[in-house]
Design a protein. Structure first.
Length: 130
């Protein structure tokens, strides 16, 4: 009986250790902050291990928690469909280093004046499901 109890305690201990590691790696401790200085409303699609959408008014800042991994963002600027413009960022990595997390800030500007390299894309690419 002692052997079974000891084995059960060891198994529970291993499961708790593994669960703790999984929770630390699967949770979203990293932050991507978007500062909309474009003068227009903006919608940001985050594409990567964490997929989400951030809708922002002019001059609004939005914070999103993401998992570690490789990402890119798609941005739609404008207030109505007839004036929308779309951009796509270069790929970037939210890296895991020694148990620390990342905080990344993007300043959104139309016309390439923001804090990230971007290319124009079509509305179809922006709307496409990853």
């Amino acid at each position: 009986m002692k052997t079974k109890t000891k084995l059960l305690v060891n198994v529970i201990g291993i499961v708790l250790m593994l669960t703790g590691d999984c929770l630390a790696s699967d949770s979203a401790p990293n932050i991507i902050k978007f500062d909309n200085q474009s003068g227009r409303n903006a919608v940001v699609r985050i594409i990567g291990p964490t997929k989400t959408v951030a809708k922002m008014q002019r001059d609004e800042t939005r914070t999103v928690r993401v998992k570690f991994g490789e990402y890119h963002i798609l941005v739609r600027y404008g207030d109505s469909a007839k004036e929308y413009t779309y951009t796509k960022s270069a790929r970037f990595t939210v890296a895991k280093t020694d148990g620390k997390f990342s905080i990344i800030t993007f300043i959104l500007h139309r016309g390439g004046e923001g804090t990230f390299d971007s290319l124009p894309v079509s509305g179809e690419e922006f709307e496409r499901k990853p």
